[in-house]
Design a protein around this ligand. Structure first.
Ligand code: NAD
Length: 347
């Protein structure tokens, strides 16, 4: 659902050519020491592990996508010390055709000033973790973002300003934050998905189809369980599944959603789509959609046992987003099974 095409830069700025010269095919994945040497050669901020690098010189923002089809993709990680951030760091430093160029963390984080590579016990990358997202968006072709809703909305504006593709996994976005992302998507490609796993995106298609076939004699309920640290409920994935069910039924979720029941709630209203959230332990993410009628019940379930499934999906999204036209895309676009009816949801 691209909405606006981007003007592409014909000559990438020297300060941004961190990985490969334009026109040259991607070389093999640079080793950390090569990255370190490359960054030094190009005057990028480098530092010995444990030492703070000088503040990077701020390049002029461009309103064009910075990378064409050749060369390694320069990737920045917002929220690099988070559960997903660390997972992505591990996957991205070894991903072919990718050069990790930076990572940010929130103000006050104990990892600020540390080497990004050392964060996950790897070799130093010569990249210091900073708190200012602006240089990150200016240096990267794609920034992958699993942070907080407020940070992500701010990041989307920076992505638009810098001409950087933005891959967003953050959930719990409110309508203002979604508005900020939609505005940014008029200028740059943004992939937004509350769940980046192949299985859940396929489940959403299945739920939409099942709900298209069944009438409102079938009650739809979405149940999710997550680890005790999760801060938003119901999960973004549960809401996406609810959106899929509503779409299949031809109704708007906000008109039929029933988010949690407690006390004298009365009988179930026909046609509503209910949500229940359970929190506990280290559960990565379980989602079940129940279609319940008189005398029979259909349940479709996805269980994530490793957060690597989200990380692998996010890496696919990073590779896919680089060089795309401006627009707001879903994981189904990335995975190639968008049947045309779905749209990204991150709320
Ligand atoms: P987490 O709390 O472990 O990590 C979030 C990180 O972002 C933290 O390290 C935090 O300090 C950092 N952060 C917060 N504000 C920041 C800022 N302004 N700048 C830079 N960094 C900042 O959480 P998590 O489990 O990694 O999940 C992060 C988000 O991703 C949540 O919204 C979660 O629901 C979502 N998530 C999505 C998927 C998916 O597939 N789309 C999968 C897992 C988690």
């Amino acid at each position: 659902m691209a909405t606006k095409s981007l003007r592409r830069s014909t000559a990438p700025k020297a300060s941004k050519v961190a990985a490969a010269k334009p026109g040259k095919p991607s070389a093999a994945k640079p080793t950390p020491s090569k990255v370190l040497a490359k960054n030094k050669k190009q005057g990028k901020p480098v530092a010995a592990p444990g030492k703070v690098a000088p503040t990077p010189v701020k390049p002029t923002p461009v309103l064009a996508l910075k990378r064409g089809s050749s060369g390694a993709i320069r990737v920045g990680i917002a929220g690099c010390a988070g559960r997903m951030g660390q997972m992505l760091l591990k996957l991205l430093v070894t991903a072919p055709g990718v050069l990790v160029v930076g990572g940010t963390e929130r103000k006050g984080s104990h990892v600020l000033g540390r080497d990004l590579g050392a964060l996950t016990g790897g070799e130093p990358l010569g990249i210091i973790i900073g708190e200012n997202p602006e240089p990150l968006f200016e240096q990267a072709d794609v920034v992958v973002d699993f942070t907080s809703p407020a940070a992500t909305a701010q990041h989307a504006a920076l992505a638009a300003k810098a001409g950087t593709a933005h891959v967003i996994g953050t959930t719990g976005l409110d309508s203002d934050q979604m508005g900020a992302i939609s505005r940014a998507a008029q200028r740059v490609p943004i992939v937004l998905a509350a769940n980046m796993s192949l299985g859940v995106n396929l489940l959403e298609q299945v739920v939409e189809e099942v709900s298209r076939i069944l009438d409102t004699d079938w009650d739809i309920e979405v149940i999710e369980m997550h680890h005790r640290h999760k801060v938003d409920a119901p999960s973004g994935t549960a809401l996406s599944l609810g959106e899929s069910a509503a779409r299949g039924r031809g109704v708007q979720l906000r008109r039929v959603a029933r988010r949690g029941r407690d006390g004298q709630v009365g009988p179930r209203v026909k046609g509503e789509i209910g949500f229940s959230a359970i929190r506990g332990g280290d559960v990565v993410g379980d989602h079940t959609v129940i279609f319940a009628a008189d005398g029979e019940r259909i349940e479709v379930t996805h269980k994530a046992s490793s957060r690597e499934i989200f990380g692998r999906g996010a890496v696919k999204a990073v590779l896919w987003a680089a060089g795309k036209r401006a627009g707001l895309y879903s994981m189904k676009d990335v995975l190639g099974f968008n049947l045309g009816s779905s749209s990204p949801t991150g709320v």
